[in-house]
Design a protein around this ligand. Structure first.
Ligand code: SF4
Length: 180
């Protein structure tokens, strides 16, 4: 069985890919992530994902970066805290793209690496993902998944970012007033 894996970054993909391969899935990696800002960071995270893909000999499909369109999708939610409504909208944005790509490729299943992070609520991600046909609700942080991802990322020498992704997250908040 083939599954399209929405990959948010290299480190989160390490343990998630291993879990899926162990479970017998053939994995195709998908990197949309127009939420990531700035674009150089998007490029950097993609480069790290390529290292994971190369390690497992997996195909990676990269989507065109369009941060302005993502900003339109989360308009009015810029001041929401992490884990709030903006993040649900952000999950829906990327998972809708993953769903559409899976349909385009004739792949019947898709899921996301987002659940591996201990900073993200898997139930919130599932409630968004389950709106799309073919979504597999897999909690990658379970059974030591988060710890495995940090260990594997370290072993592979991957760059590990210190903020979620958009200009409204983590250390990037200070840039938010400039962007609005
Ligand atoms: S904090 Fe992360 S999940 Fe939330 S909107 Fe920004 S990039 Fe998306």
């Amino acid at each position: 069985m083939t599954i399209l894996l929405h990959a948010c970054c290299g480190p989160c993909s390490t343990a998630s890919v291993c879990r899926l391969i162990e479970a017998g899935w053939t994995v195709v990696l998908y990197f949309p992530n127009s939420n990531i800002w700035p674009e150089a960071e998007h490029a950097k995270r993609y480069e790290e994902l390529l290292k994971v893909a190369d390690h497992h000999k997996l195909t990676v499909i990269k989507e065109r970066y369009d941060h302005e369109k993502w900003l339109e999708a989360v308009a009015g939610l810029e001041r929401e805290g992490e884990g709030g409504a903006r993040c649900s909208r952000c999950f829906a944005y990327n998972l809708a793209q993953a769903h559409d790509k899976a349909v385009e490729l004739g792949i019947g299943h898709f899921t996301t690496t987002l659940t591996v992070s201990r900073f993200k609520n898997s139930r919130q991600i599932f409630s968004v993902g389950e709106q799309f046909d073919g979504f597999e609700a897999i909690d990658f942080k379970k059974r030591g998944g988060f710890e495995a991802s940090t260990r594997l990322a370290k072993e592979m020498g991957l760059y590990r970012q210190h903020y979620c992704g958009c200009e409204f997250s983590g250390e990037n908040k200070r840039f938010a007033s400039v962007r609005r």
